[in-house]
Design a protein around this ligand. Sequence first.
Ligand SMILES: [Zn+2]
Length: 308
Amino acid sequence: MNARLDGVVLNRAVFGAIFFLVMGLTVQPVTAQDFDAVEIEATDLGGGIHMLTGQGGNIGVSVGSDGVVLIDDQFAPLSKKILAAVARISPGNVRFVLNTHWHGDHTGGNENLGLGGAVIVAHDNVRERMSVEQFMAAFGRRVPASPKAALPIVTFDQSMTLHFNGGEIHVFHVDPAHTDGDSIVHFRSANVIHMGDTYFNGMYPFIDTSSDGTLNGLIDAAGRVLDIANDETKIIPGHGRLSNRAELEAYRDMLVAVRDQISKAMAAGSDVEQVVAAKPTAAFDAAWGGGFMKPDDFVRIAFATLER
Ligand SMILES: [Zn+2]
């Protein structure tokens, strides 16, 4: 009973930290204690691919004879724990870090790993945004420019392939979805796909309008993954538990249904508050409304991206 109560308290504390850190907020200091409590857990997805969860975006890992590739790296204070978790899986060095997008809960470990010798790789817009201060209008917060060692030193425009550990890691950019620098990582031979924050499993997604994210882009990104996934594909979402094609399809269909309802109301002349009041997400709130994006906030952001 005590453990259970402790778990509830911890989850709330961690949730609070995630909320502020996902947003890259600097107003609410996150104490060392918050990170001390974090445990990095590894899940073996087969074919040399693993998923790590801790605090922040889900991490993908490829291990094998060529070394280690990490997809995203959560927060700087967790780098040691992340590397320890990787070392328990494989003795290899981290040779590449691929960032799915620029947000601090996915790139916070870049500086540590870059200084440790890893080559950081991302879409062109990730380097561009990390190089200068960002302002996230949804939260009224400034995010400072990243130090040089944290910046991707290999960038690409549309797609690239790492030939590594005996397989192909195909990384492709999608049109602005969660941000304008999103990448999806397809471990082809292992049949695993990391979607970054184009996929929040079991939660309404956050769309970063200040980084030119759009609801239609999220729908298209999900569609592109549905096209290349099969029933055995393991899908790593940016946030939420490990997923699969059927769940991704449900997410895409939810986004389409909400988008269509909002668009219909907009076409009939409704303003944003009228659309929010009409509760276009009502049918989905029980399944998707328990995350950090509350239904009304999700609708406001979706409306804004559809208005553009
Ligand atoms: Zn993000």
